[in-house]
Design a protein around this ligand. Structure first.
Ligand code: HEC
Ligand code: HEC
Length: 300
């Protein structure tokens, strides 16, 4: 269904500016919905966070939107939304509190109970912490008022694919290797930072593994001296991963990632990485094997 077409005037006339803005909003919203494959209707249309419009949506108060969406760029951690309202209800509205579906998403309210006078305008800031999260996340903050509940939805789309790295020539790769042989911590310095440090900034858990470790250990064209970690992962404990990640071993090419050795990772990041490596990573191998087994042609 092409919704934007259905909204077009049948008679030919110069489309005015509001029409064009509306069409953009709609296509953006539809794009987001298509991605989520949830098939929402216009009632729960998500207004892009960057767009501004006057309060039009009636739910006790009148809102610019009761659902807002944001596309996160790499490195973003706290996403701010502002739900703007006007009190057209004809009387005062008393906000008792705000509940939310996740500790990661909070609304900042003035002193409670918050009495919004008739005709008053304002906005409610909502912040979502997306550290360590990927994919499409929707959280709801529920305003509890004397006139009923008002759910406000915030949605963030987080790209989980790191930017593709620049291809290096054979010579560059060999030169990098020579630098690492001289100093295994060289990858955290100079021009190496672009590929070996920057993509790890602000990452946790699985994404941290992909950017900090996977670059060497999961490389399609992995060097023969870089250990294949997947087969040895099962049964390895916290200490094993912590030791290798933070300290590594002198005399190997495996760098030490802890800040105290000049590495890029703080204790908290290492903790989330170790949780991923002990709890999820070993099971991923089993899943991969099962999938590989299934897709094999039957024996004749
Ligand atoms: C343009 C991105 C990029 C830069 C810059 C870069 N690397 Fe790498 N590095 C990679 C990738 C990707 C791999 C995984 C192997 C592959 O696919 O080429 C890798 C692998 C390695 C390895 C494992 C051995 C190997 O060759 O596979 C070492 C050691 C290494 N890099 C050291 C360094 C050092 C030291 C520097 C800086 C002097 C550096 N790298 C700069 C992208 C980069
Ligand atoms: C620059 C490439 C590179 C990066 C990045 C890298 N490693 Fe390594 N890693 C190596 C190499 C090379 C070895 C083999 C060391 C040896 O035994 O000589 C190794 C070995 C290891 C081992 C030891 C395996 C065994 O023999 O028991 C573990 C565990 C490990 N890496 C985990 C990690 C983790 C976790 C990360 C991310 C925080 C990471 N590595 C990032 C290159 C890398």
């Amino acid at each position: 269904m092409d919704k934007s077409r259905a909204d077009e005037p049948t008679a030919h006339r110069q489309p005015d500016k509001t029409m064009r803005i509306k069409a953009t909003l709609l296509t953006t919203a539809l794009g987001l919905l298509g991605h989520s494959a949830l098939g929402h209707t216009a009632a729960s249309e998500f207004l892009p966070n960057s767009e501004q419009r006057d309060p039009v949506i009636k739910n006790i108060l009148t809102w610019d939107a009761v659902a807002k969406a944001h596309k996160a760029t790499p490195g973003e951690q706290d996403i701010g939304f502002a739900f703007r309202f006007r009190n057209d209800s004809g009387g005062e509205v008393r906000v008792k509190r705000a509940d939310s579906t996740c500790g990661c998403t909070v609304a900042r309210l003035p002193k409670l109970p918050w009495i919004i006078a008739s005709g008053e305008r304002g906005s409610i800031p909502v912040t979502m912490d997306i550290r360590g999260k990927t994919g499409l996340i929707t959280k709801t903050v529920i305003l509890v008022t004397d006139k009923g509940l008002i759910p406000l939805k915030a949605r963030v789309e987080i790209a989980d694919e790191p930017e593709p790295l620049k291809k290096r020539s054979k010579e560059e790769r060999a030169a990098n290797l020579r630098a690492a042989v001289q100093n295994r911590q060289a990858i955290f310095q100079g021009k190496c930072v672009e590929c070996h440090v920057k993509p790890t900034i602000g990452k946790r858990g699985k994404q941290l593994y992909a950017t900090a470790c996977g670059i060497c250990h999961e490389a399609k064209d992995r060097a023969s001296f870089v250990t294949d970690l997947r087969p040895l992962a099962s049964g390895k404990d916290r200490q094993y991963w912590e030791q290798w990640t933070a300290e590594s071993k002198p005399g190997t090419l495996m760098p030490a990632f802890a800040k105290k050795h000049g590495g890029p990772l703080d204790d908290n990041q290492i903790k989330t990485l170790v949780v991923y490596l002990t709890r999820i990573y070993p099971r991923e191998l089993k899943t991969r094997r099962a999938v590989a087994q299934k897709s094999k042609p039957p024996l004749k």
